[in-house]
Write a protein that binds this ligand. Sequence first.
Ligand code: DC
Length: 251
Amino acid sequence: MHFPRRWRREALLRCDNNDENERKNKLIQIAIDGPSGAGKSTVAKAVAKRLGIIYVDTGALYRTVGYYVRSREVDPKDPEAVAALLPEISVELKYVDGVQVVFLNGENLGDRIRTPEMSMYASAVSAIPAVRAFLLNTQREIAEKNSVIMDGRDIGTVILPHADVKIFLGASDECRAKRRYDELTAKGIETTYEDVLSDMRKRDLDDSTRSVAPAVAAEDAIPFDNSWMTPEECTDKIVALIEEQIKGKKI
Ligand code: DC
């Protein structure tokens, strides 16, 4: 299917104030939520490329806050201590050659936020309401200015409740753990499949049972299980699903 040019990033990045409302109406928002290792980022990245829109990885924001908390040797589960650090933190989302880069106080942390330890720190700080409030505008602002496909845990429920399409991506625990294990070992991070599986189950339980913005599917989200699908198969099906959902909608 040919996507209207008006969706295209170039057409959306700049325009007159007069066109502000019209422009906003033309933006498209796609929310992809789901547990860790469901393949959200791989698929969302590929879908973004196919549709010519921006991919926003919101987990990277929580990982960045977690990284700072770790660097200050603060307990990530202590809401008051973590909240007290927030005024010292500036988290910026930028796009370099179309790829998202997150800056912590002006520094690009690269893969330092991708370790299993940072996954646990991110999960712990993400349960703190002050942290979620701190990162809320960064996420909404980017979707106000660009057409996006955004992945996370509360995109369809909290960040973009009026998203055009909401997908809740899942896969069996074993499948997800295998993917995460392959990803980490490919990056040279030493771990075992068993450790990845048990960390993942713990993190999923924490993320989905926390009191603030738990990782659950929005009522109007489409559940999509991609166990044993290749990334390409999953991308094709998700693109088809998005086309189907968007069809007939006035954007
Ligand atoms: O998607 P990820 O594995 O990079 O996310 C790391 C942690 O951040 C995850 O365990 C839960 C939290 N998170 C969240 O609470 N809300 C989001 N929108 C994204 C991530």
